[in-house]
Structure formats: structure tokens, C-alpha cells
Design a binder for this molecule. Structure first.
Ligand code: NDP
Ligand code: 8X3
Length: 494
């Protein structure tokens, strides 16, 4: 569970599970368990059992009756039939000498869980007279099993003065040994004349048997819970309740990034112009990982389409946690004096304006929630120009500038803005697009090993899964054989 939280600090269920484990299976971890229950309650304020267990900790370990009281009450408000909360609440009230509330809580506890209704408890909570042969040890805690010993709290009850003969037997303490489930000790403070001793022992044994039974029931419940947990609650791939929008998911880096987030269980909005590919991906992710995927087919250069896309998301999707501005392209590879103006327009409109439109449409929701992350796919071309790269490089320099300035504007709203800046990346359609579908000219990676799309995707995933206080601002990465945009070892793939 610690690893789950390290990977996904926002995981809803993990703090509760971890707190349970710390509290019930590890000695000396009460402080950590308490902190974890607080986190669990903050994540899911409706988790009745988290309130209950937190209350027990506060009551029994931290000696904070006020806090315990509030959380027992919350437990009952959320789960009026909770099997133990009423009784613990009664014991707590009793300890606070609030007998009226103790009585009410005990009566409720007795209705819900008949096992707590014993002559001793009736005497303690209701003031019912004790049978002479009933040893008045006091309240039995419902969590009274510890290592096989029943812990009985001493409680001085209002008693009528005892006859001298009875008093003579009050001093002794006997240890009662029973076999199941382990050696059990019970101090019996009132031992009566021989003739009644057997009856007392029998009543103690009966009480013991009841408690053993209860313990066994609790064990059974725990085992059932465990079975449910293993068989049903831990999905093959845990879901991550975060919405990730990826532009340009139909191929290359965007597609590889979608693969990773889909496998990791995020909720995805995949976009691009080639709708069929998006639908194929949607079906594939659903079948392989059970991922929730929405597809949106549009051109990032079309401002209205971008606005419509965000507007079309219902409120469960509109709160986008992560926007990956990946859609982009290079068109042409000509010196500036021969460049195709139309290519320039396409690159500027897609790489700069498309990224701006997406960011403008999505970021207000993030600002409103004071939470979110934007990762722009820049390029090594945004850090170092190369011959014939002119306008493409300019667009990526613009992306770099926008990443930096968006961060200045958004960091105060708890929004992380960062980018990745790869050199050459294969397993993409980048070169084919740059050379207008000319497959021969697009063979630019044959004599060296560039990065793969999955390498960049892993980098993006890394950025996205840092703890909330960490923002990796930029990662410049190249294949090992490429030292810079201008220097590549093209002596063959290493
Ligand atoms: P691909 O050509 O494989 O992918 C580009 C993606 O962008 C496609 O999914 C495409 O989808 C989408 N796209 C392009 N234009 C538009 C548009 N107008 N509207 C919507 N979507 C669009 O190339 P890469 O994966 O390599 O490119 C992804 C990003 O990585 C780009 O920003 C690129 O500049 C950058 N990059 C690439 C490097 C490389 O060597 N490959 C190196 C450094 C950065 P569709 O066609 O379906 O619309
Ligand atoms: C893509 C890498 O070197 O072709 O941004 O510009 S490069």
C-alpha cells in the first residue's frame, strides 16, 4: 500500500487499507495508523469504518475521548447498524460518567449486537441488580480479546453491603483455564461458597464460550473481507481517478503515451483527426485494461472545435487532471528562402496556436480547482536550431517560451507546467509527415539508433507521476548516438 501511495499519492482507498494494516497488524504503529486514518477520512469522509477505527485509536491509545466521541458518533451516523460503535460509545460515555448517554448507547448496542447484553453490562449501564452468583467484574470491552486473554476492566459497582460470609471470599483470585482457542485467563474476584462455586465457574465458562464464539465470528468476517478484497476489490489493474487528455494520440509519441496511461488505469480522452484510429485504441484499451476512454476527433487548429470538445465533456470528465499537448508536426525541410509558406502556416497553426487553443480551453477548469498539470511536447529543436529547421525550430522555441510563461502564470494555482524535449524519435510518423509521405526521404533513422516513441512516453509518464510537490520542468533527451541536433554518429546502429 505504501507503494500504491508512492505511485499514486491521490489513491482514494489506499490510506484506509494501510491504516487498517498498521493499526491491526503492526505493534507500535499507532501514530502512523492515526495519521493514515486521518488521510483516509479526508479522502472519503463517508467511510464509516475508518471513523470507527480512528475513534478506537483515539479512545484506547491516545486517550482522547473527545475526538473518539466525535468519530464514534460519525460512525453511527454513517452506519447506524455498526456492530461495535454503539457499544464502544457506551463504554466511553460510561468512562466519562455520562450515564444517561451510556445507557442509551448501550440499549442501542444490545439491540444491534445481542452478545454485548450481559448481566454485568446491564448492571453497569442500566443499574440492573446483579444475581448473587454473577461475579460483578464490570464492563467487558467488546475488543477484550488480546492474545487469547480476556481483559476484564475492574469496575466498582453500586452494591448492597455484603454479608460477612460473602466478604470473606472477596479477597481470592482464581485463574480459570480453558482450552479453546488458546490459554485464557480470567480473574474472578468474587468467589462464593463451594456449593455456588461450580455455578459461577459454569457461568464464566459460558461467558468465555460466548466471547470465543464472537471472536470466531469476527475472524470469519475478517476472512470473508480478505476474500472479497482479493477476489473482487483489487482489480487486475487498479483504476486511477484522473482524467488525462492527450492530443495527437493516433500515432507516435501520443499513441505510446496513451498506451502507458491506459495500462496504468487512468481515464483518457484521446484526440486527433483520424477518428477510426482513436476508436480502435478505445476498444483495445477497454478490452486489455478495462480503461475508460473517450475519443474526440478534431483539428487542434480549429478554435471552435477545441472549445466544443471541452464543452462536450460532462462534469465527470471536464475536470481534466493532466493535459498533454503533443499534437504537432514538421512540414518541409527547406532553407528559409525556399520554404513553402503553406507549410509554415500549418506548423505555426498546429504547433503554436493548437497548443494555445487547447491550453486556453482546459486551464480555466484547472485554475478553478486549483489543481492540474500540463505537459507540452517540445523538442530538442526548441533548444538548438539546425539548418533547414527554421520555422519548425521557431515553433518549438515558441513552445519552450510558452511552457515557461504558462508556468509563471499557473504555478500559483497549484498547476504544474512542464515539457519534454526529445531529439530524433522513431516509431513515429514524424519524418513521413515532414517529407510529405515520401517514404524514401523519410528514412532518416537507418544509420543510427534514435529514441523510440515509448522512451518519450515513459518520460512523460514519469513527469506525471511525481509527487504533487515536484515539477520536473523539462527533460531534454536524445538517443545515445545523437550528441546534439547537429552531431549524430551515423556509423550504423550501435
Ligand atoms: P506523429 O506524426 O507520429 O504524431 C503526430 C500526432 O499529432 C498525430 O497523432 C496527429 O494526429 C497529431 N496531429 C498533427 N496535426 C494535428 C492537428 N492539426 N490536429 C490534431 N492532431 C494533429 O509524430 P510524433 O509522435 O513524433 O509527434 C508528436 C510530437 O512530438 C510533435 O509535437 C512533434 O513535434 C514532437 N517531436 C517529435 C520528434 C520526433 O523525432 N518524432 C522529436 C521531438 C518532438 P492526426 O494526424 O490523426 O490528427
Ligand atoms: C523533432 C526532432 O530533430 O527532427 O522535433 O527536429 S528534429
Amino acid at each position: 500500500f505504501e507503494q500504491v501511495l508512492a505511485l499514486n499519492p491521490e489513491h482514494v482507498e489506499a490510506p484506509y487499507r494501510l491504516a487498517n494494516l498498521l493499526s491491526n497488524s503492526f505493534e507500535g504503529q499507532e501514530v502512523a495508523a492515526g495519521a493514515m486514518f486521518e488521510k483516509a477520512i479526508a479522502r472519503n469522509a463517508d467511510n464509516a469504518d475508518a471513523h470507527y477505527q480512528y475513534a478506537v485509536l483515539q479512545d484506547e491509545y491516545f486517550d482522547k475521548p473527545d475526538i473518539a466521541l466525535a468519530h464514534y458518533k460519525k460512525t453511527i451516523a454513517l452506519d447506524p447498524q455498526h456492530p461495535y460503535a454503539h457499544y464502544d460509545l457506551a463504554v466511553l460515555y460510561h468512562g466519562l460518567e455520562d450515564m444517561e448517554n451510556a445507557k442509551t448507547a448501550y440499549e442501542q448496542a444490545s439491540i444491534i449486537n445481542s452478545e454485548v447484553k450481559t448481566p454485568q453490562n446491564d448492571a453497569a449501564f442500566l443499574g440492573a441488580p446483579l444475581e448473587f452468583n454473577t461475579p460483578p467484574e464490570g464492563i467487558i470491552r467488546d475488543d477484550a480479546f488480546e492474545g487469547g486473554n480476556i481483559i476484564v476492566e475492574e469496575e466498582v459497582l453500586d452494591e448492597a453491603p455484603l454479608a460477612a460470609e460473602e466478604e470473606a471470599f472477596l479477597e481470592e483470585e482464581i485463574v480459570l483455564e480453558v482450552e479453546a482457542p488458546e490459554e485464557v485467563e480470567i480473574p474472578v474476584t468474587n468467589v462464593l461458597p463451594e456449593v455456588e462455586e461450580v455455578a459461577i465457574l459454569q457461568s464464566d465458562i459460558k461467558r468465555l464460550e460466548d466471547l470465543v464464539l464472537k471472536n470466531q465470528n469476527m475472524l470469519m468476517l475478517a476472512q470473508q473481507n480478505l476474500t472479497t478484497l482479493t477476489e473482487e476489490e483489487i482489480p487486475v489493474q487498479p483504476r486511477v481517478d484522473k482524467v488525462v487528455v492527450i492530443t495527437g494520440a493516433t500515432s507516435g509519441i501520443g499513441r505510446a503515451t496513451a498506451d502507458l496511461f491506459a495500462e496504468a488505469g487512468y481515464r483518457l480522452v484521446l484526440t486527433g483527426r483520424r477518428g477510426e484510429r482513436l476508436e480502435e485504441l478505445q476498444a483495445h484499451y477497454k478490452e486489455s485494461y478495462g480503461t475508460d476512454v473517450l475519443t474526440r476527433t478534431f483539428d487542434v487548429r480549429d478554435l471552435n472545435a477545441v472549445k466544443d470538445m471541452v464543452g462536450s465533456l460532462d462534469e465527470t470528465w471536464q475536470n481534466i487532471d493532466l493535459l498533454i499537448n503533443n499534437a504537432g508536426l514538421a512540414k518541409g525541410y527547406a532553407p528559409i528562402h525556399e520554404g513553402d509558406i503553406e507549410d509554415w502556416e500549418v506548423m505555426i497553426d498546429t504547433n503554436i496556436k493548437g497548443l494555445l487553443y487547447m491550453t486556453r480551453a482546459v486551464s480555466p477548469y484547472m485554475v478553478k480547482r486549483e489543481s492540474g498539470q500540463i505537459i507540452n511536447v517540445c523538442s530538442s529543436a526548441g533548444h538548438e536550431v539546425y539548418p533547414n529547421g527554421n520555422v519548425y525550430c521557431a515553433t518549438k522555441y515558441a513552445v519552450d517560451a510558452l511552457t515557461k510563461s504558462m508556468r509563471l502564470d499557473l504555478h500559483k494555482h497549484n498547476i504544474r507546467v512542464s515539457q519534454v524535449s526529445p531529439g530524433h524519435v522513431e516509431e513515429t510518423e514524424f519524418a513521413l509527415t515532414r517529407f510529405d509521405g515520401d517514404a524514401e526521404r523519410a528514412k532518416i533513422y537507418e544509420d543510427f539508433q534514435p529514441l523510440k516513441a515509448s522512451d518519450v512516453a515513459e518520460t512523460i509518464f514519469f513527469l506525471a507521476t511525481r509527487p504533487p510537490h515536484v515539477n520536473v520542468q523539462d527533460v531534454i533527451l536524445f538517443g545515445t548516438q545523437q550528441a546534439s541536433n547537429l552531431v549524430t554518429d551515423r556509423s550504423g546502429r550501435a
